[in-house]
Design a protein around this ligand. Structure first.
Ligand SMILES: Nc1ncnc2c1ncn2[C@@H]1O[C@H](COP(=O)(O)OP(=O)(O)OP(=O)(O)O)[C@@H](O)[C@H]1O
Ligand SMILES: [Mg+2]
Length: 243
């Protein structure tokens, strides 16, 4: 079933046509990668789907429902997960507390005071299990290497049990050696849980290995989409190498 669909999305910043008529769709459980040179509109597209930005025109559908005017919060509630990219706040918390904060924030802060001990323990168990699966140790966030911090960021999103997760360069800043392991951990989990993913990625090896489908963006438009064979396409190569 079609989970996400964007219809002719446009977002301009003055003269810059950041996203210029993008129509894409993502099936249930499908992993798509968005590639393209710097400034081609990838992050803007992700923000339009997560609700961080409102389009100038066009629509976003989720499970067939028009969600174009939904707030970020409402989109999280219906199952669109995104990383919040505010790890600095959690520097002095443990990894376990960070995941718990994420779970509680989703339920609404006021509900915490009405939580029974049972429910609290349940959330704690859930968080511990998630950290275990993702190979994240229970320790202070400030003591984690960069790769594990990125994983924690993803764990916090996954703790919200999304149907679709949006990952903007999950391996950015991670060493080449660590990269494969981080991606395998993330992809293994989302495949197992049948979560769909939209991954923005610069590393073409990562893209080829994990994507069901690849969308190539250029100057705000979808230049091409298809299987990993499109990475061999001459026009695609020229544009990506020009990056
Ligand atoms: N808030 C903003 N205000 C003005 N211009 C913006 C804003 N956000 C993005 N842009 C511009 O829109 C274009 C697309 O930016 P976007 O960040 O979506 O590209 P990207 O494909 O994610 O690039 P990168 O690979 O560098 O992350 C760029 O020209 C960028 O400078
Ligand atoms: Mg970007």
């Amino acid at each position: 079933m079609e989970l996400l669909k964007t219809e002719n999305l446009k977002k301009y910043f003055g003269e810059v046509h950041a996203v210029d008529g993008v129509s894409i769709s993502v099936e249930n459980g499908e992993i798509i990668s968005i590639v393209g040179p710097n400034g081609s509109g990838k992050t803007t597209l992700v923000n339009l789907v997560s609700g961080g930005l409102k389009p100038d025109s066009g629509k976003v559908f989720f499970e067939g429902k028009d969600i174009t005017n939904f707030t970020v919060h409402k989109r999280v509630k219906i199952g669109i997960g995104r990383s919040f990219q505010i790890p600095a706040i959690y520097e002095n918390l443990t990894t376990l507390d960070s995941v718990l904060v994420s779970i509680f924030s989703h339920e609404g802060i006021s509900n915490i005071f009405y939580r029974t001990k049972d429910k609290f323990d349940g959330a704690r168990e859930e968080a511990i299990k998630l950290l275990e699966i993702l190979n994240i140790p229970v320790k202070l966030v400030s003591e984690l290497p960069h790769g594990q911090r990125k994983l924690l960021d993803v764990a916090m999103v996954l703790s919200l049990k999304p149907k679709l997760i949006l990952l903007d360069e999950p391996t950015a800043g991670i060493s080449l050696e660590e990269r494969d392991e981080v991606m395998q951990t993330i992809v293994g989990f989302i495949e197992e849980q049948n979560i769909a993913a939209v991954i923005v990625e610069h590393d073409m090896e990562v893209v080829g290995e994990y994507s069901d489908r690849i969308v190539v963006m250029h100057e705000g438009k979808v230049l091409k989409e298809g299987g990993k064979e499109i990475l061999e396409d001459e026009e695609v190569r020229r544009i990506l190498i020009g990056d």
